[in-house]
Design a protein around this ligand. Structure first.
Ligand SMILES: Cc1ncc(COP(=O)(O)O)c(C=O)c1O
Length: 427
């Protein structure tokens, strides 16, 4: 018998976006009847030996220190473990010329939690019954935003414009400022930079324009910097983090090799941080302190930034180059395929314009040749209008080996050719 659930209980016990597809992927891999799948669906970062060693070394330092008992045997403040908060403040003040105090920083159990707090503190119904929207200015964006709001109707995403370089088979999404609406009904704005799934880095000017639209309404703009510099530094193009009165700069240590430890960080004006901190106290008291403690060592010694720049970034940037080169060689030049510019993150985003079948059907056909990617339509949370483009894209993870990426993209090119060919035969 199903348990009797509330509206929220029902909503939260359903998985959204890519997490729903993951069920199909896991079942496919389990049923693997001797067929070896090339799995290019994962969002989980790879374990890079230098990164694992860094966390081992920091753990050894923590174990050898007198701090250990205080870290794991005691409750702490909701704001975060003080030496970690201080490490972030010092590093960011020095690196970006800021003037942060501990009151400008909150540590959460992973950044997904942070978006959950923000989406429900700033978005949803006010006490007077007005609906405050959570605005995603550029769709597609992180699939996890689809599950964070307890009031689903509050989530509103905007279609981008497409900047296409047809000869190079490349494109880039840009915010469509002729459509984007930020008003007194906006509760907060949220986007990832670099973006999961597309690898897009919204430009400095575009960020400033979005922030300027939000400023008159005192709306916080959350810039999800899970892939941004200074760590994990998964930007393959120049980019600078942008700070400001109505910006909440949100970070994660997950792509810097600590996803299991769940460390998310918000940096911003005290009035926003205070709201989110209270939300956290009510929800879970505070984030676990072990990950924060070892990260404080890694940040204070400069090792985290160094490894991010010399190991993590080149590793994934190289994977993107392998993928792009393979597609350039294997995809027929006369097909309308476009790879999103690889500006960061750990994914490639492929658009097959006028694809004769849906992205879900294409995903199924790819499975038949032993390759798993993620159908793109799961990455448009909050976008209500029907848009053919939603069904023409695929997210390809850069977490495969070079050989897997090459073989996977060669097979994908063959499937694409067959699928478009069928269209020609039919018409
Ligand atoms: C853009 C983006 N934001 C947030 C998250 C959530 O990360 P975590 O909760 O591990 O910090 C992810 C995870 O993949 C992500 O890709």
């Amino acid at each position: 018998m199903n348990p009797a659930l509330t509206k929220i209980g029902d909503q939260m016990s359903n998985l959204t976006g890519v997490r729903a597809i993951m069920k199909d992927i896991i079942e496919t891999l389990r049923a693997d009847a001797g067929q070896h799948f090339i799995n290019l669906s994962a969002g989980n970062p790879l374990i890079l030996p230098e990164v694992e060693q860094l966390w081992r070394d920091c753990t050894a330092e923590l174990l050898a220190s007198s701090e250990y008992g205080d870290v794991v045997c005691r409750y702490g403040s909701s704001q975060g473990y003080a030496p970690f908060v201080e490490a972030i403040a010092n590093d960011f003040n020095k690196r970006y010329g800021l003037n942060l105090s501990d009151r400008n920083i909150l540590v959460t159990a992973g950044s997904q939690t942070l978006y959950f707090y923000a989406a429900n503190a700033f978005g949803g119904y006010t006490t007077s019954g007005n609906l405050k929207q959570i605005v995603l200015p550029l769709s597609p964006d992180y699939t996890g935003y689809g599950g964070v709001c307890l009031v689903p109707e509050a989530l509103v995403a905007y279609k981008p414009t497409l900047d296409i370089d047809a000869d190079a088979h490349q494109f880039k999404y840009r915010p469509d400022f002729s459509q984007l609406s930020i008003t007194e009904d906006t509760g907060c704005v949220l986007f990832s930079r670099p973006c999961n799934p597309t690898g897009n880095v919204v430009t400095d000017d575009e960020v400033k324009k979005i922030v300027a639209l939000a400023e008159p309404f005192d709306v916080p703009v959350l810039i999800d910097s899970a892939y941004a510099p200074p760590f994990p530094a998964l930007n393959f193009t120049e980019m600078t983090p942008i700070f400001g009165d109505n910006i909440l700069h949100c970070m994660s240590l997950s792509k810097a090799g600590l996803p299991g430890e769940r460390v998310g960080i918000a940096i911003g004006d005290e009035r926003w941080i205070h709201v989110l901190e209270c939300f956290q106290t009510n929800a879970c008291l505070h984030a676990s302190r072990y990950g924060q403690a070892i990260a404080a060592y890694a940040i204070n010694s400069g090792r985290l930034v160094e490894i991010a720049e010399t190991v993590i970034r080149p590793f994934y940037q190289n994977k993107f180059a392998v993928l792009e080169d393979t597609l350039n060689q294997a995809m027929p030049a006369n097909l309308p395929w476009f790879l999103h510019r690889g500006e960061g993150a750990i994914f490639a985003w492929l658009w097959l314009q006028d694809l004769p079948i849906t992205d879900w059907e294409f995903y199924q056909e790819l499975k038949q040749v032993g390759v798993i990617v993620v159908p793109g339509s799961t990455f448009f949370p909050g976008l209500r209008e029907d848009w053919q483009h939603k069904h023409e894209c695929l997210r390809i993870s850069l977490t495969g080996s070079d050989e897997e990426i090459v073989t996977g993209m060669q097979r994908l090119a063959k499937v694409a050719q067959d699928v478009y060919q069928r269209l020609i035969v039919r018409s």
